[in-house]
Design a protein around this ligand. Structure first.
Ligand code: ZN
Length: 171
């Protein structure tokens, strides 16, 4: 499995801008760090299918990944599979926080505001409006993590869940 840093070293990926082949060294910094693993996986899959590594642009648009690549794969069946692989990765980015890689969703700061895919925690930090259950979730997590008043890890709440789960099953 190639790492993003290896691509930069080996100049595995290159840019098409201006008709010249230039190393696409900044592929990881085109989007947030939360999508690095997704990009890495996508590029590895495409390279295995025979892609030459030619890219024109990698960016975020309307909160999701856009991957503009040069499909040079000659076998039409494999070329079509590769297109699907790109679509799938772009669709997955709707649910991966671009900041941290946790589970996220597309959010916007008010009507007409900037769209971005963020997890609950990053959304809270960056001032995106949260739904009420998400506000509660953040509050509960903060209590559990930082406070000395509450139960320690594996406190009352999780014991209750265990007991309920256990009582329902035949032993
Ligand atoms: Zn996040």
């Amino acid at each position: 499995m190639l790492k993003l840093s290896d691509w930069q070293k080996n100049e595995k990926l290159f840019s098409f801008w201006g008709g010249e082949k230039l190393p696409f060294a900044d592929v990881a910094s085109c989007v947030g760090p939360g999508w690095s693993a997704l990009l890495e996986d996508l590029c590895n899959k495409l390279l295995r299918l025979g892609w030459d590594g030619g890219l024109s642009q990698v960016k975020e648009k309307f909160g999701s990944l856009r991957f503009y690549w040069n499909n040079n794969i000659t076998d039409p069946t494999i070329a079509a599979i590769a297109e699907d692989v790109v679509c799938e990765a772009e669709n997955q980015s709707w649910q991966i926080c671009e900041n941290c890689g946790d589970m996220g969703k597309i959010r916007r700061k008010g009507p007409g505001g900037w769209m971005a895919c963020r997890c609950i925690k990053c959304a809270k930090q960056e001032g995106y409006p949260l739904e009420s259950w998400e506000e509660n979730y953040v509050e509960q997590n903060q209590k559990g993590a930082g406070s000395t008043d509450g139960p320690p890890d594996g406190g009352a709440e999780s014991r209750d869940v265990e007991r309920e789960a256990g009582s329902g099953e035949p032993s």
